[in-house]
Design a protein around this ligand. Structure first.
Ligand code: SAM
Length: 281
């Protein structure tokens, strides 16, 4: 029996088709959508999920809010400890899931130099003196870059004090000592860099002017964003050839040429999360 079949076998048959069939296990915390389950049954069912999937806490899946990407009204269905530890590609990350988002979809891409060739190709920099991560969060990418470039200085910035609290813990726990951690809006930081990492989805393009001003000549930006497949010129999901003209033209207006372009993941049926290497013109 798979885990879902085992769970179903313990729950009243009429609730069977209302059970969440998918879930995210983040460290020892489970996030799933229990919205179809009647309120009076939620706690009991969450407890069964917790015991079958061996987690200490179960949280109702929710949206993230605003520019700080904070989880909205965290609803605990089982347990009460939302702080967990994730191990990925040789690093550990502590996070409080009631306060900070963890994007499971970026697994693989967070591996930077420690990952597969496709990812490594985007995160292989030529002897950078300074790397800045504008949206460092709890260190999703910054820690891996600091580990991969021990001779470089990595400046990790985030606006959310809670993320910074965990970023400090995570840098210490992973014995990272080539990192400066700053709690501020990245646009207030005027330090010049060889590489600027923009791990943000939504309006990343709005940060390109500041990125351009802060990059040294010939410096690069690692740019994440989501775009409609139709705008990118893709007619089907498998359609994926070269660098889309619309994207190159847009980046040109911002003072960048596009060295490399790739899809990180699908973002709903008609949108893609993309990554690009932008070179300052
Ligand atoms: C979506 S999270 C990063 C997600 C991450 N890349 C991942 O793999 O899960 C974006 C982060 O950017 C931070 N942020 C948003 N606007 C910012 C700004 N203007 N300056 C610095 N940090 C900012 C938020 O606090 C949040 O921690």
């Amino acid at each position: 029996m798979n885990p879902l079949e085992r769970i179903k076998s313990k729950i009243r048959i009429e609730l069977g088709d209302k059970l969440p069939k998918k879930w995210k296990k983040v460290g020892d915390v489970l996030i799933a959508d229990f919205d179809l389950i009647p309120s009076e049954d939620k706690k009991e069912i969450a407890e069964i999920y917790a015991s079958e999937l061996k987690v200490k806490t179960v949280i109702q899946k929710n949206k993230v809010n605003g520019e700080l990407r904070k989880p909205k009204n965290t609803q605990l269905l089982y347990g009460n400890d939302t702080i967990t530890k994730i191990s990925e590609y040789g690093l550990t990350y502590n996070i409080d899931l009631s306060e900070i988002m963890w994007s499971t979809g970026n697994t693989g891409w967070r591996s930077a130099l420690a990952g597969p060739k496709k990812v490594k190709d985007f995160y292989s920099f030529d002897n950078p003196k300074t790397i800045i991560d504008y949206f460092a969060g709890i260190g999703y990418f910054a820690l891996q870059m600091a580990k991969g470039y021990p001779e470089s200085k990595v400046i990790a910035i985030d606006k959310n004090p809670k993320s910074i609290e965990y970023l400090n813990i995570n840098a210490k726990e992973n014995s990272i000592d080539n990192m400066e951690i700053i709690n501020d809006d990245c646009r207030n930081i005027l330090t010049k860099a060889d590489v600027i990492h923009l791990g943000y989805i939504g309006n990343t393009v709005d940060f390109l002017e500041h990125t351009h001003n802060s990059l040294k000549n010939n410096g690069i930006a690692i740019f994440h964003e989501a775009y409609r497949n139709s705008w990118l010129g893709f007619k089907s999901r498998s359609d994926w050839i070269g660098i889309p003209d619309n994207f190159s033209e847009l980046m040109n207006t911002k003072g960048f040429s596009v060295d490399k372009f790739e899809r990180v993941k699908f973002y709903g049926p008609s949108t893609s999360h993309i990554i690009a290497i932008l070179r300052k013109n």
